[in-house]
Structures are given as C-alpha cells and as structure tokens.
Design a protein around this ligand. Structure first.
Ligand code: NIG
Ligand code: FE
Length: 406
C-alpha cells in the first residue's frame, strides 16, 4: 500500500460515534492518500509493505478531526471597542443598535475598506483560529448591506481560505441589519436582497448557504420567510440567527425550510426544538456572544438533548458581540456556561459542526474516505481540550492532507 503521509505514535479520537462517544483508539496510526483518510487503526495492524512518502511522529499526542468553526462573521473593518465599553457602562446591545451603532457602525467602516484592506484586517483572525486546530471556517457576509460590498466580503472570505489552504464556506447574510439608506423601508430592502443581491452573489458562485437575523432589531419572521423562499428558489440551503434576544419562532421557521442550522437559540421554545428535531436542523450554540452580552437565558440544552437535536459550538467571531478567535475557548464555555459535557463540546466542533454546514459526508470525523482534516494535540485526553482554556495544545494540523501553517 502507498500513502502520501503516515501519522504514527498517536492515539485517535475519531468522534465517529453517533452515540456521542470519543471513538478512542490508542496506539494507533493513520494514513493519508490524495488528501483523504486512506486507513486508520491500531499501529500493530498497519498494512504490510506500506510505502509512505512522508511520516509524522505524533509524539504520543491525540489526533482528532480538524475543528470546524461553523458560524463566523470574520471579515470586517473597523472596531467596536468603544461600544463594548458603553455596554459595560450599562447600555444594552439593542439600545446601541437602535441609536445607529452596532452592526450598522461596522457596515460604515466595511463599506469604506477595499479588498486588500479587508484581507489584511481579517487574515490574523483566521490565523488565530487555525492555531486552535480549525481546518474549516464558515464566514458570513452581512457588513456590506449593498450588493457591491456584500460580494466583496464573500470574495475576501473565499480568498482567505485559498491563501491559508483551509476550507472556507461562505454564507450570504445581507438580511443582517437594515442599512441606514433604507430606514423605515425594511420590506423594500428585503426586496432588494431577494431580487438583486442574492441572485448576483449566487451567479458568481459565492454562496454556500443563506442566513438572516430574525429579531426585533433585525428582520421579522415574515421578512425572513421571503429571504428563505428566495434561497429555496435558487436551490440554496438556509440557516438562521434565531431566537437570540427573544422568541420569534425563528428556529421553527428555519426547520420549516429544512434549515442546516438555527443559531444562538437562547429563547427557543420546546415546540421549536421539536420542529428542529423533525427537520434534522442543528442547534449552533454561541457561548461567546452569550457571555459578551451578559445574557442570562441559556439555550435549552436539556430539551435539545431530549429531542436528539445535534448541538454545534462556534465562536460567532464578530466585532460587536463576540470578538473572539478561539474555538477551544468556546469548548470550555460550552461546558461551563451551557452545561455541555466535554464529549458533547468536541462533537459540537467536529461532527455536528460539519452537519451545520452540510459537510457531514466530507469532514468532522476520522473515517476512511473523508477529507484528511486533522488536528494533533499535546493533551493527556481530548477532554482536556474543553477542560482547559488559554493553553495552546495544538502540535500540528492538516487540511486535505496538507500541513496548516500558523
Ligand atoms: O451573531 N446577532 C447578529 N449578528 C451577530 C452580531 C453582529 C454584530 O453585532 O456585529 C451575532 O451575534
Ligand atoms: Fe452571528
């Protein structure tokens, strides 16, 4: 047997267990051929006559699937630090948004930034995620809110992935906030999103999924439905910022459209959780935003478990509510703040995160035939990845079998 890469002297946590186990395999080895996992098993069972072009000594560490950050707004310009300070002094996220700050203030800075400036501002954020073992990142638009800038954000997102050699999935989120020039004309803006912006982005092949912010300070369920219908007409999957600050039935709406995921879900009702379970919609939990907004209402983790809704975890990397570039920290917060187990947290950034992006047959598990997206960790057990925070346990990672720098 021939292989491009042999990784040996490792333990594996395959996360390839629908029952939620670690999939532990001690004293193991893994072979990569043509960017895919070609073989894995106990080192003692390595195929006879193996010819590996390269070998990597795992130093007795643990090899897991490369992590997926399945919900980010990673491309933006400007800073919202002053706004975060205002929040610390007592202003709420909604108050700031309604007084012209919030998302709209990032939009102004982003519109003024060209592609090179956006790349330069965003690259360090991606690099930081990669140092946490991330090999797939979802990046949303939504800080342009006009056709030209939304397309620019999606192009920059794709370019970042190409330059870093990792998988980037792009999500169209023009229905993120109402741009100032459409003040009082929300329906007209949604018309523009559906008739012009989304078709233009899709025609350029820049859209993997469509998202919206369904909220009092965002768009109504009726407006969100129009965006989803436009997505469906183009054959694009949907996901939703749902029930983050109030229960507008967003998660159920996402489920009705067979959504890949409903994200945030702090205020999601049990009936909506049931709708998600029926539709196979993933709940993406975002403890960074919960923490940064000092939210007290937790997502309904118990109900999600009871109804078998897969839970993913993500950074929600954005300038206003989760200025965070550590997915490992989200594992810890998922356990501390939301009561996940370490195994649930790890499934949430691998198997279930892949599903939230429609990539469940491509990555997120260690299994023969899947992409060789791998992360190697200097830990005693993979639970340490969730139990610690601020450590930098990554020894190496590979995306499609290629070493990831960072
Ligand atoms: O996921 N809730 C809406 N969108 C982002 C926040 C974006 C921002 O404030 O810039 C979120 O929390
Ligand atoms: Fe978000």
């Amino acid at each position: 047997m021939k292989a491009d890469l042999l990784i040996h002297h490792v333990h594996l946590a395959t996360l390839d267990d629908p029952a939620g186990g670690w999939g532990e395999l001690r004293d193991a080895a893994l072979l990569v051929q043509a960017g895919r996992i070609a073989w894995l098993g106990p080192r003692s069972a390595l195929p006879a006559g193996l010819q590996a072009a390269r070998e990597h000594d795992g130093q007795g560490g643990w090899l897991t699937p490369g992590l997926l950050d399945c919900h980010t707004h990673l491309v933006w310009a400007g800073s919202r630090a002053a706004e975060i300070e205002r929040r610390w002094q007592g202003a709420s996220y909604e108050e700031i948004a309604r007084s012209g700050g919030g998302i709209v203030s990032t939009v102004q800075a982003t519109r003024a930034a060209d592609e090179a400036a956006l790349l330069a501002a965003s690259r360090p954020r991606l690099q930081a995620l990669l140092r946490d073992g991330v090999t797939t990142v979802e990046i949303k638009s939504g800080y342009g809110l006009d056709t030209e800038t939304e397309l620019r954000l999606l192009r920059v997102a794709r370019r970042l992935g190409q330059q870093a050699g990792v998988q980037v999935r792009t999500t169209f989120l023009a229905a993120h906030a109402l741009p100032p020039e459409y003040r009082g004309r929300g329906d007209d803006y949604i018309e523009l999103v559906c008739r012009e912006m989304l078709p233009a982005a899709h025609a350029q092949g820049l859209v993997d999924a469509v998202d919206a912010f369904c909220e009092g300070i965002g768009f109504s369920p009726a407006q969100t439905r129009r965006v989803f219908e436009a997505a469906r007409a183009l054959g694009l999957p949907v996901k939703l910022h749902a029930d983050q600050l109030s229960d507008l039935g967003g998660a159920a709406l996402a489920a009705e459209f067979g959504g890949l995921s409903a994200d945030h879900v702090e205020y999601t009702s049990e009936a909506s959780v049931q709708a998600m379970a029926r539709a196979g919609t993933v709940a993406v939990l975002l403890p960074g935003a919960y923490y940064c907004l000092r939210e007290t209402r937790r997502p309904p983790v118990e109900a999600l478990r009871r109804h078998g809704v897969p839970m993913a975890l993500s950074t929600d990397c954005n300038p206003g509510t989760s200025p965070c570039t550590s997915l490992l920290l989200m594992l810890h917060m998922g356990c501390t703040l939301f009561g996940l187990t370490p195994a649930e947290a790890l499934h949430g950034v691998t198997r279930h995160a892949a599903r939230a992006l429609g990539l469940q047959d491509e990555c997120g598990r260690l299994s023969v035939g899947l992409r060789a997206d791998l992360a190697l960790w200097a830990v005693d057990h993979p639970r340490d990845l969730a139990c610690q925070f601020g450590f930098q346990p990554r020894l190496a990672s590979w995306a499609g079998g290629q070493a990831v720098a960072g």
